[in-house]
Design a protein around this ligand. Structure first.
Ligand code: ADP
Length: 159
């Protein structure tokens, strides 16, 4: 039984995140998507709302082994609390990898030996970044190709 977690800010959740979640659900027996509650000082969406949006998408994708939790604190503590053995992360580029590599070493120390598994993005999601989407949204640009319609609606309402 391999328990995995997929932590992130998901502010906002993108089609790239959902791709990693679907592929992770296929690889592991259970997958907890962990929304970081304390990620940014000025979030676009609140962690609770992000959790609800992700749950809706996971239900649409029919992924019964995936659940969503909002966690306030260190990821390592959450790993240990549920006895997870894998921490899943997506990588888009070598600069993502540099950062993720360091994070994986820290998380192994703090998360009771948890192993990080990296999934390379699929090319169609290569340039989807939550920070880019926040920037595009600031200038009322079109984000409909990057996020599910329900997320786009919530984002437009948040403006
Ligand atoms: P954080 O706030 O933890 O830096 P995000 O919430 O932006 O991260 O993303 C969570 C995880 O999803 C990270 O592992 C990130 O690399 C991955 N990710 C984000 N966007 C994509 C994408 N388009 N394709 C693949 N993985 C992605």
């Amino acid at each position: 039984m391999i328990k995995a977690i997929f932590p992130g800010s998901f502010d906002p959740p993108t089609l790239g995140h959902l791709n990693i979640i679907s592929r992770g659900a296929f690889l592991f027996d259970s997958l907890d998507v962990v929304v970081a509650a304390n990620a940014r000082k000025t979030p676009l969406l609140k962690p609770k709302q992000i959790g609800i949006l992700l749950e809706e998408q996971i239900k649409n994708l029919k992924l019964p082994s995936v659940k969503v939790v909002v966690h306030n604190g260190l990821i390592g503590d959450y790993c240990r609390s549920i006895n997870a053995s894998v921490l899943l992360r997506g990588v888009r580029s070598s600069s993502d990898f540099d950062y993720e590599f360091e994070l994986s070493i820290l998380n192994k120390q703090l998360g009771g030996g948890i192993e990080t598994v990296f999934l390379p993005t699929e090319t169609k999601y290569l340039v989807f970044r939550s920070s880019t989407i926040r920037e595009i949204l600031k200038y009322r640009g079109d984000i409909s190709q990057m996020v599910p319609p329900e997320v786009e609606r919530a984002l437009l309402e948040s403006l």
